[in-house]
Design a protein around this ligand. Structure first.
Ligand SMILES: N[C@@H](CCC(=O)N[C@@H](CS)C(=O)NCC(=O)O)C(=O)O
Length: 369
């Protein structure tokens, strides 16, 4: 009988053990579920704080936490299905029907500024993106919507507004979402200065890329100014925290100038500029921005083609065109002088010398070719 009792006893102990293990598993499961539920509750209430219109939020101000959450909300919305591009054959949307629309081109850096602003503020649902084919624009765009016929343009409250720098301010001030300009007056003043400098930087850069020399000096001065500006406040961005200023510069510097200078002029704009390097690194962590990036090969290919940089570094076609223009000026000047000489208008010695020198130069060019 004893062995039978032992087996029975062992079975009872095993049964109790199994029950205890099951109990522990159940309790753990319940705890996990409770914490998940609590987490969802706090995320969604924070998300609501960050994305609801100001009047729904009442007096709620954007704290650091809600600001961070807004990014989270924006991030989750980033998996946005981008609408197809409208070309000349496309019908217009029902204009001025109360829908807020942002007209862009996926490759336009000016439009990209407004698109990043919209994304960062979590306005993907509120502001509908309407991409336009700039090479084959629909007529209704100019005729019925925006006579300037450029992108970006914003259709809002029965009005159409343009100009990227005005629009990013407008979107920031008239829509909900995290504020993209700090309250601090010193920072605001600096923002105004930097936003106006962005146009200068663009001109200097495009000019330098098109020029035949290396242009490192002029461009270097401009990027030193940016490096200096990035050191003014504590943080990787121009005003410390991410703002409209970063949005104004990012599409140009990160995706266009930096790779273009590197490829066309063999010049690394970030070399010896650690703050600029860090700024680019940090920008590339912001989904509201990265979601607007375009395929770099296609983007740079398009710009090089427009700037006439595709024929190689010396661009012979451009040389020929410039030469032809110079020749035309010479011919016009010479014809003028001949006419004056024929009407017995006295030419100065200098004028005669000029004609003579030009003839000599022309002959030597022809003889050498
Ligand atoms: N100053 C304007 C410039 C906008 C602009 O030049 N957009 C270009 C595309 S990147 C455009 O629409 N070009 C068409 C055209 O000039 O006909 C802004 O900041 O919004």
């Amino acid at each position: 009988m004893r062995p039978h009792l032992d087996i029975f006893g062992t079975c009872v102990v095993a049964n109790t053990l199994v029950k205890q293990i099951l109990f522990v598993i159940n309790v753990t499961n319940t705890l996990v579920n409770i914490s998940r539920w609590a987490l969802t509750l706090s995320w969604s209430s924070l998300a609501r704080t960050a994305t609801n219109p100001a009047h729904e939020r009442g007096q709620v101000q954007y704290s650091n936490v809600s600001r961070a959450m807004a990014c989270y909300v924006t991030r989750s919305n980033m998996i946005e299905q981008l609408p197809s591009i409208l070309d000349a054959s496309a019908d217009p949307p029902i204009l001025f029907d109360g829908t807020t629309r942002l007209y862009v081109s996926y490759t336009c850096p000016f439009a990209q500024r407004t698109w990043i602003t919209r994304n960062y503020k979590g306005l993907q649902e509120k502001i509908k993106l309407v991409p336009i084919d700039l090479q084959n624009r629909p007529n209704w765009y100019k005729e019925k919507l925006y006579p300037e016929n450029k992108v970006p343009a914003l259709e809002h409250n029965n009005e159409v507004k343009g100009e990227s720098l005005d629009l990013i301010h407008y979107i920031d001030e008239n829509f909900e979402g995290p504020k993209l300009l700090p309250e601090d007056p010193t920072k605001q003043e600096f923002a105004t200065e930097l936003l106006s400098y962005s146009d200068t930087l663009n001109k200097v850069n495009f000019f330098a890329i098109k020029s035949k020399g290396d242009a490192h000096y002029e461009v270097g001065v401009a990027y030193d100014k940016l490096e200096e500006a990035l050191a003014k406040f504590d943080g990787p961005f121009f005003l410390g925290e991410f703002s409209l200023v970063d949005i104004a510069y990012a599409p140009f510097v990160v995706e266009r100038f930096k790779p273009l200078f590197s490829e066309v002029k063999n010049y690394d704009v970030t070399k010896g500029r650690p703050k600029l390097t860090k700024w680019i690194e940090e920008l590339n962590k912001i989904d509201a921005y990265t979601a607007t990036k375009h395929d770099p090969t296609e983007l740079l290919g398009g710009i090089k083609k427009r700037l006439g940089l595709n024929e190689g570094p010396q661009c012979p076609l451009q040389d020929v065109w410039q030469g032809t223009q110079l020749l035309a000026i010479d011919v016009a000047a010479a014809t003028g002088l001949i006419k004056r000489a024929r009407t017995s208008d006295e030419l100065t010695e200098k004028e005669i010398f000029c004609v003579y020198a030009k003839c000599l130069a022309r002959n030597s060019v022809y003889n050498n070719s």
